[in-house]
Design a binder for this molecule. Structure first.
Ligand code: 5AD
Ligand code: SF4
Length: 476
């Protein structure tokens, strides 16, 4: 996740415009080597899926490259959550088409949510696409590639009720060697009325906890010091042992991962207000290495709008969940996702969202204006009746308020000392490190001998700009 202000500034860009490039791990200058290049768009789950895809492609002797011009296979792992995300991909495809003119034989594949949503039409309309592969069909890539190499276009968009890629060991891409993501479940059963995810990622299923713990242990042994457990709705994680029928909840999984080592930090995302239990909060309070940070998207502060969104909680329920966080994990930071201008939203509803934000005192939010997605419950049932100007104005007010809340958070942190996990050099200087505290806030500070990425440091916060905290290491 990026620093706070860049989240505020870019809104959609942070999740949609950011491409993720693989390292060119193959330095051998062999022109016969098959190389693939992958860009990921959208949520963390897509970035994590690209690491699974890299592992599957290794079976077909495809080596990663960071240089798109060297690639025999170009893959875009796509997002459909808002219309703008799909427009970005279409634009990117046109640029790639030009590049392809100089490199005949280069194959182009669309993976992820857009592949799932648009299916065959991607092959029919976008002549430059050779492969269309949905999120549950990545194991079929070697077969589809074989066909595509022979000139046949390949498509597999079958959704599965079981696929979790549990046995696949992801190839860590563009890794800092300190922090990693682990998918613990796939799909979503929630059917929020605005959301296309249940259609593109299918039914919810949880991954076997033993493979999750083993992946996290392996990462720790390789020097990683933080894992983020990923799912669309981690609180509904549930796995039943096929023989003993023993069930594992998310709180139990969290504890198991936290027990691997006290120096392994554990984060998780995303929590759903209707499902976030006190058990999870108690696990956070009991283990110092489970970070004090919850991403708890509210979407709207108005109970009327929440009902139309089919979020299955109301304002009071949400307030109760935040109160539980404050009671059980007192220094926990909370962030949110907010949608401006959902169908029928009145000024009063919008004011409810602003007052909710101020009350919840979010440290950070992802903020969007509503984008109608074909096939969703909202698209079928409600009119997208808030005009673009009103959406834009409301979104601006939401962003301005969040900017103020974030600045106040930062100002309150000055003078405090935090335990920081060092992630690497700061963006501006190789004389400085950057790292995050338990509450997920980025802190920049001068390097000192004896500290390196993966070390923990106690950092005293001396000042703050709107984006980052600035401090120095204190040694006892
Ligand atoms: N329009 C705007 N924002 C959306 N989100 C999901 N679907 C839409 C949509 N149709 C936002 C929600 C969700 C986040 C991942 O994206 O806030 O939590
Ligand atoms: Fe979409 Fe709601 Fe599922 Fe999140 S919980 S992925 S917003 S349907």
């Amino acid at each position: 996740m990026k620093a706070i202000v860049s989240d505020l500034k870019s809104i959609d860009e942070t999740r949609q415009g950011e491409a993720f490039y693989m390292p060119d791990i193959d330095e051998v200058n062999d022109i016969n080597l098959k190389r693939f290049y992958i860009e990921s768009y959208g949520c963390q789950m897509n970035f994590s899926d690209s690491e699974i895809v890299a592992s599957i492609l290794a079976e077909s002797q495809y080596h990663p490259t960071r240089d798109i011009e060297k690639a025999n296979l170009i893959l875009l792992n796509t997002c459909s959550i808002r219309e703008k995300a799909e427009e970005t991909i279409r634009k990117r495809l046109r640029t790639i088409d030009k590049l392809k003119a100089n490199r005949p034989g280069t194959m182009v594949g669309i993976l992820g949510c857009m592949a799932e949503r648009l299916k065959q039409s991607l092959l029919d309309d976008e002549k430059l696409v050779d492969l269309v592969v949905g999120p549950d069909a990545y194991r079929d890539l070697p077969r589809l590639l074989n066909r595509a190499e022979d000139g046949d276009k390949g498509i597999n968009v079958l959704l599965s009720r079981e696929e979790t890629y549990a046995d696949i060991s992801p190839v860590r891409l563009e890794s800092n060697g300190v922090t990693a993501f682990i998918s613990i479940m796939r799909g979503c059963d929630n059917m929020c009325s605005f959301c296309v995810v249940p259609f593109t990622r299918g039914r919810e299923r949880s991954r076997d906890p033993f493979t999750i713990v083993s992946e996290a242990t392996h990462l720790f042994d390789k020097g990683f010091r933080e894992v983020t457990l990923l799912g669309q709705n981690v609180d509904s994680y549930k796995w039943q042992h096929p023989e003993t029928h023993e069930t594992y909840t998310f709180a139990q999984l969290l504890e198991q991962v936290a027990r691997i080592h006290p120096d392994l930090r554990v984060r998780f995302s995303t929590s759903h207000p209707k499902d976030m239990t006190d058990d999870v909060l108690h696990a956070m309070a009991s283990f110092e290495n489970i970070c004090n940070y919850v991403h708890l998207p509210v979407q709207s502060g108005s109970s009327r709008v929440l009902a139309l969104m089919n979020r299955t909680y109301d304002r009071e329920w949400y307030i109760n969940r935040i109160e539980a966080i404050r009671r059980i994990v007192p220094d926990c930071a909370v962030s949110s996702d907010i949608i401006a201008g959902f169908c029928t939203e009145t000024d009063e509803d919008h004011q409810d969202t602003l007052s909710m934000m101020a009350w919840a005192d979010y440290c950070m939010s992802y903020m969007f204006s509503y984008s109608e997605r074909p096939g969703t419950l909202a698209a079928r049932k409600y009119k997208d009746d808030i005009d673009e100007d009103t959406k834009k104005n409301r979104l601006s007010e939401i962003i301005a308020l969040q900017r103020q809340l974030s600045a106040e958070h930062n100002a309150r942190d000055v003078g405090k000392t935090y335990k920081v996990l060092i992630e690497g050099d700061s963006r501006k200087s190789d004389l400085e490190f950057k790292g995050r505290n338990s509450q997920n806030k980025m802190i920049v500070f001068p390097k000192l001998p004896g500290f390196k990425p993966g070390s923990y440091a106690d950092v005293f916060v001396e000042s703050a700009n709107s984006a980052t905290l600035i401090g120095r290491i204190v040694q006892s």
